[in-house]
Design a protein around this ligand. Structure first.
Ligand SMILES: [Zn+2]
Length: 373
């Protein structure tokens, strides 16, 4: 009897195909059931990847969604609900996304806000005032859809705009091939600007190497090892509740959440609209472009959380968020100590590290920490 043997990762693309159907048939019975269970207040593409209870069906769909997220784009219609600063919608720029400049007012959020719906043309004065000339030109080159045209989601690696298992498999195979040759070629998926900003951070090389691996999806988390053909249980070593991905390990595992929560870092990851690590880091670089201190702290936090994960996996040392928070502050202080005296980062690092770290309450009293999110 002939046995069908599918190539590695093939099932991910079958899952991605189901995701594509879910996105394009939101009124189908199964789509409405899943929405009620897992993403009642958002779209499938924006749904959190870490619901407290999730079935293997949902986990399979999330794995397929990761494929879709790497290659989908919004086609803008006249009634567009696409988000300027989150959705991929500009065809001629890398990644199709534009990131919100720091301190930019939140009133202009929808692509629809950039369109004069009476004249069916772009509001060029607003676009020119918000975006740099290259982005502005790219936006104004997009044809404004005639009345009655709705937004659509298209797959960029097929001329038809539709996702197919074949095109998805070819796309990810190309990435895997690039990674197998050192991952350098995969950097074409990460903009040159992101690489330069990361390598220019005033932190030690070990932090940058870690970020580089995370950007290339090259950290040896269990899901990655499984995809590389290593027979391994992909469950998270801390919670065992979900597949261990880079994003789960660094942000969404309960252990990681606790570390972000108790650390002195004022930045707390938000699962709403969170894509891959590379998309997140690109956005963070932009959001903190005038705050090198904040960027360093975030990078070090990720590195410490990864190191703590390795202690659990290899040395069987249980996670301890308080210890991790202290390690983050200590590493941060070491960065400040190695900086040149007089560097503005140095003094602010010291103040921030010493004054903001969590401390236990006096004996006989209770201390209640709460999350404003
Ligand atoms: Zn976990």
């Amino acid at each position: 009897m002939a046995i069908l043997k599918y190539p590695k990762g093939f099932y991910r693309h079958l899952n991605a195909k189901q995701c594509w159907k879910l996105i394009h048939n939101p009124d189908s019975t199964w789509a409405r059931v899943l929405k009620g269970l897992y993403f009642p207040h958002s779209s499938f593409l924006q749904a959190s990847s870490s619901p407290r209870r999730s079935s293997w069906i949902w986990q399979s769909l999330l794995a397929g969604r990761d494929v879709i997220k790497e290659g989908y784009r919004h086609n803008i219609g006249d009634d567009t609900q696409s988000l300027i600063w989150f959705d991929p919608w500009i065809p001629s720029i890398k990644g199709f996304r534009v990131f919100r400049p720091p301190h930019f007012p939140l009133q202009v959020n929808l692509v629809a806000d950039l369109i004069d719906h009476d004249l069916l043309q772009w509001k060029t004065n607003i676009i020119d005032s918000i975006f740099d000339p290259i982005i502005a030109t790219a936006i104004k080159a997009i044809p404004v859809a005639p009345l009655g045209n709705k937004d659509s989601i298209v797959w960029r690696f097929d001329h038809s705009g539709n996702y197919s298992v074949k095109s998805g498999y070819r796309f990810l195979s190309r990435i895997r091939h690039d990674q197998s040759f050192g991952g350098v070629n995969n950097s074409n998926l990460i903009s040159r600007e992101v690489w330069l900003k990361t390598w220019n951070l005033p932190i030690q090389p070990k932090f940058k190497v870690f970020l580089w691996k995370a950007l290339l999806n090259a950290l040896p988390v269990k899901s990655t090892l499984l995809r590389r053909g290593i027979p391994i249980n992909p469950s998270c070593p801390n919670c065992a509740a979900e597949e261990e991905t880079i994003e789960h390990t660094l942000f969404w595992c309960n252990d990681a959440r606790a570390k972000w929560f108790v650390s002195a870092n004022t930045y707390k990851p938000n699962p709403v609209g969170f894509g891959s690590f590379s998309l997140w880091w690109s956005a963070i670089l932009n959001e903190f472009c005038e705050d090198q201190l904040g960027l360093c702290f975030i990078a070090i936090s990720c590195w410490i959380i990864w190191k703590e994960r390795n202690l659990t996996v290899f040395d069987h040392i249980g996670p301890n968020p308080i210890v991790a928070a202290k390690r983050i502050s200590k590493s941060f202080f070491e960065v400040s100590s190695s900086a040149t005296r007089g560097d503005p980062i140095t003094s602010s690092l010291h103040d921030f590290t010493v004054s903001s770290v969590w401390s236990p309450p006096p004996v006989g009293t209770l201390k209640l920490n709460s999350d404003v999110a």
